[in-house]
Design a protein around this ligand. Sequence first.
Ligand SMILES: [Zn+2]
Length: 130
Amino acid sequence: MGLYELIDYLVRLKLADHRKALCALYLLSLGESRSSAAERCGSFKGEVNGYLNRLKEKYHDGQRALVIVKYVIPLLDEIQPVVKDNKCLICGRNLYHIQVAMTHLYTKHKDLVESYVNKIIEKLKLLVQS
Ligand SMILES: [Zn+2]
């Protein structure tokens, strides 16, 4: 688990159009409390804890993961979601739950996810160098 897995998770949140999770993680990365992030993103504190736990599964150091989140989330702007109204716009499959969508992207559209992850990693490198 490392940088690749962390960015893969964030890219799939974006592709799955999971705005609440991205909103909450971004606010947490800016130093907001979990309850405030939940309220401002239309989420619940329990859900926010879940997003944070999943983040920590992807990247060993939770604090450092949030620093990376702060830089990566604005870079996701150029990515268009491919899940709309619980449906995959690429293959037409019904995805009745966000977790199903996340897994679907991982297993069925790996190439697309990978190409975005690699692009984001390149951009992140440029940011770190400058
Ligand atoms: Zn699909």
